[in-house]
Design a protein around this ligand. Structure first.
Ligand SMILES: Cc1cc2nc3c(=O)[nH]c(=O)nc-3n(C[C@H](O)[C@H](O)[C@H](O)COP(=O)(O)OP(=O)(O)OC[C@H]3O[C@@H](n4cnc5c(N)ncnc54)[C@H](O)[C@@H]3O)c2cc1C
Length: 430
């Protein structure tokens, strides 16, 4: 097989990996009004499939954001391999024909009145609502932190967007050049792509080796609880790799304050606040549902998802138990796993099947199993293709790829395959 065909087969495999080919079987001729809040990975994909499944429906996407970012690529921009332009597109190019786009944020969700209100005060009534607003990166919750600091004084954060990821790549290079101590970690809230904090640690470590500067830097990973990853075999493997590569792990620590002038970070621990000097720090903020969602009746009223306002949802159907004409999908859904773009691929056909069934006065048995995936880069040219379900069971898509081995083929899927599969997903074609 030549290189071009090999890469094409990897792209096809990546599409399979993320649930390709699970087209909604059902259609409906109902003249329903469907509002989709959020035109990110989940919102665009739902719009594309729904436009085909419900040709007579009035479908309206509501989102103020004009640019679309391939967020899984942020770590590769942070690694210095991709440019911001490579992962930035226009949302308008992905809005399916016949779907209306209201280019504003939703300011208010009123599931009792079956309407949403936009930032300019426009009310939109619906028969069905799909909430796909993603999540809010709460940088302000870290005392002293703001996105303006990214790329300065040793502060990096690839989460904030493509330009910030590029500034983070430069901050990593400067750190490696000058030497010193670098801190990594994650928030204690739910987060999207929980592998990314680990990826950024591995990338920095490997880059320092490639530049013959490993002995000039000390690396510390601050875990928010007693593990570095919630899936046990992955956790054990990462700890083994960190130990081998001399990355120190401090458990039970969460970044709560930063003093950029003094290069001082404060971590919350069970024993009280602990201060650490740093030369470099990769900041990942707490993540919560966007304010308009949190301030609405949609979030859970009890249980672990209340504090951060995640939307109440049946974990199999993603349907709201109290407002049965409302679905949540993607990062905003209050389900135990699933905050990755790969999860979105599996969630979309399920939501479409339930929504179309509802419109046809039928019921659906389609079910989402919590599929979550994040190729875990462990060095330049190597990754572990980690896929798991709600139970934390590893569910590999490729029988010939060991999820706990650092492999070039897993890297290739991440670097070459996923972006094509993602774009096909946005068009409802994968
Ligand atoms: C650094 C990083 C690395 C990642 N790596 C991977 C990976 O390797 N593999 C993987 O599968 N996933 C990865 N992800 C996660 C993945 O990108 C997200 O899980 C996915 O984008 C979720 O899709 P979404 O539609 O829920 O949210 P988003 O794609 O974030 O879209 C949400 C949309 O809602 C809009 N919105 C927000 N508030 C409102 C409002 N009030 N009204 C209307 N619209 C609103 C936003 O403007 C946005 O357009 C990564 C993410 C990051 C940040």
């Amino acid at each position: 097989m030549d290189r071009r065909h090999f890469i094409a087969s990897i792209a096809a495999g990546a599409a399979t990996l993320a649930g390709a080919g699970k087209a909604a079987a059902q259609t409906s001729q109902a003249k329903a009004r469907v509002v989709i809040a959020g035109a990110g990975a989940a919102g665009l994909s739902v719009a594309a499939r729904l436009a085909r499944a419900m040709p007579n429906a009035t479908i309206t996407l509501v989102d103020a954001k004009k640019e679309h970012h391939f967020q899984p690529g942020l770590t590769l921009v942070g690694a210095g391999l991709w440019t911001p332009g490579y992962i930035t597109e226009n949302n308008a190019d992905y809005i399916p024909s016949g779907v209306n786009w209201v280019n504003e944020a939703v300011a208010e969700f009123d599931p009792v009145g079956n309407k949403i209100v936009t930032a300019s005060g426009k009310a939109l009534a619906y028969d069905y609502l799909v909430v796909a607003t993603g999540l809010k990166l709460d940088y302000a919750a870290i005392d002293g932190m703001s996105t303006d600091l990214i790329g300065k004084n040793g502060i990096a954060s690839v989460y904030a967007g493509p330009a910030f990821a590029q500034a983070s790549a430069q901050a990593i290079d400067t750190f490696i050049e000058k030497g010193g101590i670098g801190h990594f970690g994650r928030p204690s809230t739910e987060m999207k792509c929980a592998g990314a904090p680990l990826k950024m640690t591995f990338i920095t470590e490997d880059k320092s080796r490639m530049k013959n500067r490993r002995s000039a830097i000390k690396l510390v990973y601050n875990a928010h609880n007693t593990t570095v990853f919630s899936v046990k075999p992955v956790n054990d493997k990462v700890i083994e790799l960190f130990t081998k590569r001399d990355v120190a792990i401090q458990f039970g620590r969460e970044l709560v304050a930063i003093d950029p002038g003094k290069r001082l970070a404060t971590f919350k621990t069970a024993q009280g606040p602990v201060e650490e000097n740093y030369d470099f720090i990769h900041v990942i903020p707490p993540m919560r549902a966007p304010d308009a969602v949190r301030n609405s009746p949609l979030p859970w009223q009890s249980g672990p998802f209340v504090a951060d306002g995640w939307i109440e949802a049946d974990k199999s159907s993603l349907r709201h138990p109290r407002f049965p004409n409302v679905f949540s999908i993607g990062d905003v859904a209050g389900v135990p796993r699933g905050k990755t773009a790969a999860s979105v691929k599996w969630q979309v056909p399920v939501v479409i099947d339930h929504l179309v069934s509802l419109a046809n006065d039928k019921s659906s048995t389609a079910s989402y199993n919590g599929y979550t995936s994040c190729p875990l880069i462990t060095e330049y040219g190597k990754a572990m293709l980690v896929e798991f379900d709600y139970d934390g069971k590893l569910v590999p898509s490729f029988p010939f790829i060991d999820p706990l081995q650092e492999l070039w083929i897993s890297w290739l899927i991440d670097e070459k395959g996923l972006i094509g599969a993602y774009r096909a997903m946005l068009r409802g074609r994968a």
